[in-house]
Design a protein around this ligand. Sequence first.
Ligand SMILES: *Cc1c(COP(=O)(O)O)cnc(C)c1O
Length: 348
Amino acid sequence: MRIDKALKSKLPNVDMENLSFGTVFSDHMFVCKYQNGSWLDPKIIPYQSISFDPSTSVFHYGQAVFEGMKAYKDVKNKIWLFRPNENFNRINKSSERLQIPKFPEEFFFNGLHELLKIDAEWIQPGVGNSLYIRPFVFASQAGVQASPSLEYTFFIICCPVKSYYGGEVNLLIEEDFSRAAEGGVGFAKTAGNYAAQFYPTALAQKKGYQQIIWTDAKSHNYLEESGTMNIFFKINDKLITAPTNDRILDGITRKSVIQIANDLGIDVEIRPVKVSEIIEAAENKSLKEVFGSGTAVVVSSIKSFGYRGKNYKLPKVDNPLAANLKEKITAIQYNLIDDPYGWRHAVV
Ligand SMILES: *Cc1c(COP(=O)(O)O)cnc(C)c1O
């Protein structure tokens, strides 16, 4: 693989203490092109702007998918990834649904490893600090014919992030708009899924909510996801989350939460979650916790949620499960404890 090193690092000019998520990028990026039926010439080059013809397919038809993952440094400055095979498999699953050619595993891991090694200084040690990694692929052929592109470009870019406190999260259970339909692309990490969420989310924000809890598109009777996270409900001692399907994204954090909760001896039910049972549980005080799961924050506790004009506040609990799960997953990510699952992946 070709590696063109940046002449000068931008790192000394970056204020690592005041990073706004996703706005500062490391010195290098990985690029690979698909042409004439194959992925060719993977390379690492200095992070830079790219230029495309105005007719480029992705601008018109949105054939684009992405991933989100993180690299962590332990106390010995060793770099780790968390279940990266899952991200690799998922980007190809997302790609398949959008008729994008699969990306080769060797290119993905070589590219990722070399990129992290060359930009290693961008990963700050210390729990909470990490390098957010954004692999993405899009239709890069010029021309407005409404058919799958014959050319694609795969990138990996990285940005340093600090842990952040999400604040008091207040969510709205949405019944008018839908995120995903049966047979659709909800399970895939497509750019378009996010575009379609911005408008309903902006309306919810005007009403004082940070995010939406999406219900199923057909009946709006079941709770599916929260913004861009999977969602969990703790009723008394039971932890409940919806099963993944073609509307729900198969989150890696979700899987990890389920595994760890099971191993803590918690009763985890993976089944459709009715809006009515959650409202009832909130009213009779058996609803103890609600939290989202995703790579960016690991686990994010919800303080309250709105439904049909009424607001439901969650109780303050001692030793919340959300915090316990977050701590366990974080300890594995930062190589602070043994990893009985084989989730930690060394970057060498
Ligand atoms: C990325 C994403 C998640 C979380 O997945 P992780 O693998 O845990 O980061 C959940 N829901 C949606 C819609 C997502 O795009």
